[in-house]
Design a protein around this ligand. Structure first.
Ligand code: GRF
Length: 228
C-alpha cells in the first residue's frame, strides 16, 4: 500500500540557503509530501539558518572545525540526521565533500541540486565556465548523490537560455530561479515514491506526465525571412 505520510527531510546547507527556502515554502502546503524536519549547517554563519528558524525548523551546526577527520565530521552529521529521524536528505549548497562511507549510508535517500546541466560543468564556477564555453543553453540538475562528485543519476533538469549579453551574475540569477522551481518538485517525487534509485539508475513510476512538454531553444527564432 502507498505510504502517504509526509516524509521527514533534513536539509544540509553551508550558506545563503535560497534552495532551502524554496523547500520550506513548498512544505508549507499540507498536501506537499515532505516535511522539512531539520536543517544542518557546517557553518555557524550560514544565512539559511535564519530562514529555517523563521519557519520554526530545528537547526544544528555541525562544524568540521570540531572534528579531526572528514569521516568523524560525517559521522557526527549522520548521528544528527538520525536524531532528527531523517528519511531523506537534501543537499542545498552544502559546500563540503562527503566521505564514501557516509554517501553509502544515505545512497538512494540523498539528493543534490547542481547549477548546470550535468554531466556538463561538474564542480564549481559553473556559470563562468558555461559562458566561457559558448553554450547557448544552461540550467540545473537534481540528482541522487553517489560517491563521485556530481555524478549520481539525474532526477530532474531545467534548462534556461544563455543570452549574448549575460554576465556570470545574470546567468546565475536565471538558473537560480529554475533551481527554486525544480528542487521542490524533485523532492516531492522521491517523497511520493514516483522516483527512486535502483542499480545505479533513476527509476520513474508514472511521473512522466508532470514533465513540461517544451523544448527551449536559444537564441529564440526571430528570423523574419522564416516567418513569411
Ligand atoms: C546553488 O546554486 C546550488 O545549485 C549549488 O549551490 C548554490 C546554493 O545556493 N549547489 P543557496 O544556498 O541554495 O542559495
Amino acid at each position: 500500500m502507498n505510504d502517504r505520510r509526509r516524509k521527514r527531510v533534513v536539509v544540509l546547507i553551508s550558506g545563503r540557503g535560497s534552495n532551502l527556502n524554496a523547500l520550506l515554502h513548498a512544505a508549507i502546503d499540507p498536501a506537499y509530501p515532505a516535511d522539512i524536519a531539520g536543517v544542518i549547517s557546517n557553518k555557524a554563519a550560514a544565512k539559511g539558518l535564519e530562514s529555517a528558524a523563521s519557519h520554526n525548523v530545528p537547526c544544528v551546526v555541525v562544524s568540521e572545525d570540531d572534528y579531526e577527520t572528514r569521516e568523524d565530521h560525517d559521522d557526527a552529521i549522520d548521528e544528527t540526521l538520525r536524531s532528527m529521524k531523517a528519511e531523506f536528505v537534501c543537499l542545498a549548497g552544502y559546500m563540503r565533500l562527503l566521505s564514501p562511507a557516509f554517501v553509502k549510508k544515505w545512497q538512494g535517500r540523498m539528493i543534490n541540486i547542481h547549477p548546470a546541466l550535468l554531466p556538463a560543468f561538474k564542480g564549481l564556477n559553473t556559470h563562468a565556465r558555461a559562458l566561457a564555453s559558448g553554450v547557448r543553453i544552461h540550467g540545473c540538475t537534481v540528482h541522487f548523490v553517489t560517491a563521485g562528485m556530481d555524478e549520481g543519476p539525474v532526477i530532474l533538469q531545467a534548462a534556461v537560455p544563455v543570452h549574448s549579453k549575460d554576465t556570470e551574475e545574470t546567468l546565475a540569477e536565471r538558473v537560480l530561479k529554475a533551481e527554486h522551481l525544480v528542487y521542490p518538485r524533485a523532492l516531492a517525487m522521491i517523497a511520493q515514491g514516483t522516483v527512486r534509485m535502483a542499480s545505479g539508475q533513476t527509476m520513474f513510476t508514472g511521473s512522466e506526465e508532470i514533465a513540461d512538454p517544451q523544448i527551449m531553444i536559444s537564441p529564440g527564432m526571430r528570423d523574419k525571412a522564416r516567418s513569411t
